[in-house]
Design a protein around this ligand. Sequence first.
Ligand code: CA
Length: 224
Amino acid sequence: MRILVVEDEPTLGRQLRATLEGAGYAVDLATDGEDGHYLGSTESYDAIILDLGLPEIDGLTVLDRWRKEGRDMPVLVLTARDSWSDKVAGLDAGADDYLAKPFQTEELIARLRALIRRASGNASSELVAGDVRLDTRSGKVTKAGEPVKLTAQEYKLLSYLMHHKGKVVSRTELIEHIYDQDFDRDSNTIEVFVTRIRKKLGTDIITTIRGLGYSLEESDPANA
Ligand code: CA
């Protein structure tokens, strides 16, 4: 899952990036409205955290432009403390949620997880495919109740597929959603990650769709 943070306060921006990376997200950081708008218009994000008070272009205008361009990713706006008018304006401009500054990063991450889940049609914070379970709160994966150790990149890839279970996900889409913009992207590494995940999960829950990508299907453990 890949997140864009648009925040002009350098310390807060760096903190958010570090915290979100620690929580297993690929993160891009923009420090003004122009850069933020550009990234949100041209890159693929699973959610965006948008400060409203930004240099160059203010956050509300950025959000309004994305929505007019048809960009429908979930957006959580950061508002000034106790500014109800900011909250109303943010929601009216197409925000999916808001959080007033200062906030607890735990709350921000919980809201973000919920936004991403809802956007992909998952109501529960635990994602299930066959006997494989992925807990989006703890970042833990189990197979038939036994813990499975995944690297950060393997987790990102599996998490993306589990959020989009039953759909065919191309390599390009995976690359766009598990790496930040500064990462040296190599589509061959995706195949390597998939092979490792299959090995670790001991079952072929990820199906290769020749020429199209991958699909994670609900396998029946009884027939596995
Ligand atoms: Ca600001």
